[in-house]
Design a protein around this ligand. Structure first.
Ligand SMILES: Nc1ncnc2c1ncn2[C@@H]1O[C@H](COP(=O)(O)OP(=O)(O)OP(=O)(O)O)[C@@H](O)[C@H]1O
Ligand SMILES: Nc1nc2c(c(=O)[nH]1)N=C(CO)CN2
Length: 165
């Protein structure tokens, strides 16, 4: 199944954290790297006043079930010392599951596709760059983006994530 993950960091050495998270995600069996997007500097959306994020989107191929993928994402978040202060607040690393194949789930522990991805330019801009044909719940990501304000999402051409070792 195709798996789409969104990475975000707005505390500490944000780029190092994203690269470390990318390496860690693929540092175990069952998860094949497909592609990673460029890195974007993004204005924080929601929550209290906080610093800018670096965001990127990763595409993987996996036969793991969605729960196991969530566990992996959460263990990588924990490994990078994420301290969760408050909802939508600053974090060293956030890893969200955007979609897992065509799995649809309303479980609050794991909602798929991610319930807010369709309205988040900081997810859809990098995703559309790494996969211009991508669709989310039957809609083209590029079409979803046409209705969103993208000025808070800026390409960081000076930062490029390396494919995981
Ligand atoms: N698709 C998903 N990806 C990641 N976590 C999810 C998903 N659906 C539900 N969750 C649940 O959301 C819980 C809280 O997530 P988290 O604290 O990262 O939210 P957030 O990143 O602050 O906000 P948001 O969910 O809007 O990105 C997690 O413990 C997880 O069980
Ligand atoms: N720009 C930006 N804003 C956010 C982000 C994020 O990754 N980037 N993540 C959030 C909670 O998941 C809340 N707000």
């Amino acid at each position: 199944m195709k798996v789409v993950l969104a990475l975000g960091s707005n505390l500490g050495d944000r780029f190092d954290t994203l690269q470390g998270a990318l390496d860690a995600l693929f540092d175990a069996p069952g998860f094949g790297f497909v592609a990673v997007s460029p890195v974007y500097e993004t204005d924080p959306v929601g929550g209290p006043e906080q610093g800018h994020y670096l965001n990127a989107v990763v595409i993987a191929e996996s036969s793991l079930d969605p729960r196991a993928i969530l566990e992996r994402a959460q263990s990588v978040e924990n490994a990078f010392g994420r301290i969760r202060m408050e909802r939508w607040g600053a974090r060293t690393l956030d890893v969200d599951l955007i979609m897992v194949g065509d799995v649809v789930s309303g479980d609050p522990e794991l909602t798929l596709p991610h319930p807010r991805a369709h309205e988040r330019a900081f997810v859809l801009v990098p995703w559309s760059r790494v996969d211009p044909e991508a669709t989310l719940a039957g809609r083209r990501v590029t079409d979803l983006l046409a209705g969103l304000d993208q000025k808070g999402v800026r390409l960081r051409a000076d930062l490029t994530l390396q494919r995981p070792e």
